[in-house]
Design a protein around this ligand. Structure first.
Ligand code: ADP
Ligand code: ADP
Ligand code: ZN
Length: 216
């Protein structure tokens, strides 16, 4: 089963991705997590990506597409995969389709998690992420059991630099201009499924499981 997650920053993609990946035993591939790992390791890719990420802009397609294609060639993607945060531009979506087609494969579900803008700022400014595993928490809506510590791996929780108010606004603009067109793109391919992201984390997950069904 090949799945992509669509939705604005703060919609709950990362949170749902962890749950889906566990239940359906498919790898969770987050381009944001891959870039952040490269930044913390100060790789050449990380140095380039940081410039864009700190401003709330997208990392150029040339740096992003090949990275994902490489990752999808790993053995663990043979049973399917869950992409979180990719594609984010029409060019990325086209490149992904072309790559999958050449492997006799396709996207089965493009899950759009819908959350209106007025919810987003609270979600982003209260978000805390695990430095080690990328797990996403919220100081009010989904607090960790122990303060500043990841429930899953015990890693330290930090606030992302791009989760401050000005950068969030820019990210929402970027989403509307560059990523929203993908909603039509996947709708035309009959892969789009919409989920109400304003429900609780558990209820959003239930809706998603109803869409994906019980098969693996
Ligand atoms: P969120 O989950 O809050 O939407 P991500 O962790 O997915 O944020 O992405 C953080 C940043 O990483 C983005 O603002 C962008 O700069 C960069 N990024 C992640 N995925 C992509 C992508 N597919 N194309 C371009 N830039 C990306
Ligand atoms: P995305 O990956 O789409 O940017 P996240 O999964 O990181 O979003 O979620 C953004 C923030 O909102 C996090 O702090 C997360 O704990 C919180 N969150 C996620 N889903 C919900 C929900 N259904 N209700 C309330 N808060 C949520
Ligand atoms: Zn962790």
């Amino acid at each position: 089963m090949n799945i992509i997650l669509l939705g604005p920053p703060g919609a709950g993609k990362g949170t749902q991705a962890k749950l889906i990946s566990e239940k359906y035993s498919i790898p969770h591939i987050s381009t944001g997590d891959i870039f952040r790992k490269n930044i913390s390791e100060k790789t050449p890719l990380g140095v380039k990506a940081k410039e864009y990420m700190d401003k709330g802009q997208l990392v150029p397609d040339e740096l992003t597409i090949d990275l994902v294609k490489d990752r999808l060639q790993s053995d663990d993607c043979k049973k399917g995969f869950l992409l979180d945060g990719f594609p984010r531009t029409v060019k990325q979506a086209e490149a992904l389709d072309e790559f999958l087609k050449s492997n006799n494969s396709q996207i089965d579900f493009a899950l759009l998690i819908e959350v209106p803008n007025e919810f987003i700022l609270d979600r982003m400014t209260g978000r805390r992420v695990c430095q080690s595993c990328g797990g996403s928490y919220h100081i009010k809506f989904n607090p960790p059991k122990e303060e500043s510590k990841c429930d899953i791996c015990g890693g330290i929780l930090i606030q992302r630099k791009d989760d401050k108010e000005e950068t969030v606004k820019e990210r929402l603009n970027v989403y509307e201009k560059q990523t929203q067109p993908l909603v039509d793109y996947y709708n035309e391919k009959n892969a789009l499924c919409k989920v109400n992201g304003t429900e609780t984390i558990d209820n959003v997950f239930k809706d998603i499981c109803n869409i994906l069904g019980s098969d693996k």
